[in-house]
Design a protein around this ligand. Structure first.
Ligand code: NAD
Length: 240
């Protein structure tokens, strides 16, 4: 219950399935969550992760309100269905801009405040940051970038005493708007959702609260010796 006592954690994409579960889990663990999204979540801040000005404003506000930042969860993201042949350049750029540029900007602008007292970053990557997906080309590329960006940030953060740790969480498909959106773009959404669950060895989709629990662990001091790592939370999908 007190894993995150006295810790202040900024969460992006906090109106989404995983982001809102992370906000709830941070608060349940005794921490203070700064919830951010494109439109203002209750008690939170507006933050467009693709905008440098937006990041500078949110971090300055966090410093004014709390005087510190102990954690950052980069949860904002979008998916776009399409193979290499079907993905147009505008879609590619939009996905890369939110998923990869947004995570880069978050790490960059939160870092100076995080390193004042040491801290932890959790980036939402995906199993598709670890293995390929033929029909989510831009998404797969963006998450591959997030997973390796995570290692670079982690190695830099390890130079500080106390350190800034940085890890990537890599879920398989999780119940929520993102998977609904992927399935709704197909001819038979119900069958597609069943197939996604069937392909997972544990036979079901993940739950946002399960991903949030892993994020809380990685933000906490219990994970003090963990940095630069990818954490699949995928019901065994990448074990094959
Ligand atoms: N849902 C899954 O199956 C799944 C699997 C693996 C990884 N992920 C990753 O986890 C993260 C969260 O996914 P989710 O399931 O909660 O998705 P979601 O669609 O429920 O929520 C995503 C949130 O990101 C916000 N967002 C979009 N563009 C933004 C921007 N420019 N600035 C700020 N916020 C923006 C949206 O408003 C939304 O609230 C994403 O990075 C996603 O890629 C999700």
């Amino acid at each position: 219950m007190s894993q995150l006592k006295d810790k202040v954690v900024l969460v992006t994409g906090a109106a989404g399935a995983i982001g809102s579960a992370v906000v709830e889990a941070v608060r349940a663990a005794g921490g203070t969550a700064i919830a951010t999204d494109l439109s203002k979540p209750a008690g939170g801040l507006v933050l467009d992760v693709t905008s440098e000005e937006s990041w500078q404003g949110a971090i300055a506000q966090a410093e004014r309100d709390h005087g510190r930042l102990d954690g950052l969860v980069n949860g904002a993201g979008i998916a776009a269905v399409g193979s290499i042949e079907k993905t147009d350049f505008a879609t590619w750029r939009r996905v890369l801009s939110i998923n990869l540029d947004g995570t880069f900007l978050g790490c960059k602008y939160a870092f100076p405040l995080l390193r004042k007292k040491g801290g932890a970053i959790v980036n939402l990557s995906s199993v598709l940051g670890l293995i390929g997906g033929p029909n989510l080309t831009a998404y797969t590329a963006s998450k591959g970038g997030v997973s390796l960006l995570t290692k670079s940030v982690a190695l830099h953060g390890a130079r500080y005493k106390p350190p800034v740790r940085c890890n990537a969480v890599c879920p398989a498909f999780v119940d929520g708007a993102m998977v609904d959106g992927i399935a709704d773009g197909t001819r038979d959404p119900k069958a597609v959702k069943q197939k996604l669950a069937f392909d997972i060895p544990l036979g079901r989709l993940g739950q946002p609260a399960e991903v949030a629990g892993l994020c809380v662990y990685l933000l906490s001091d219990e994970a003090a010796f963990i940095t630069g790592a990818d954490f699949p939370i995928d019901g065994g999908l990448t074990a094959r």
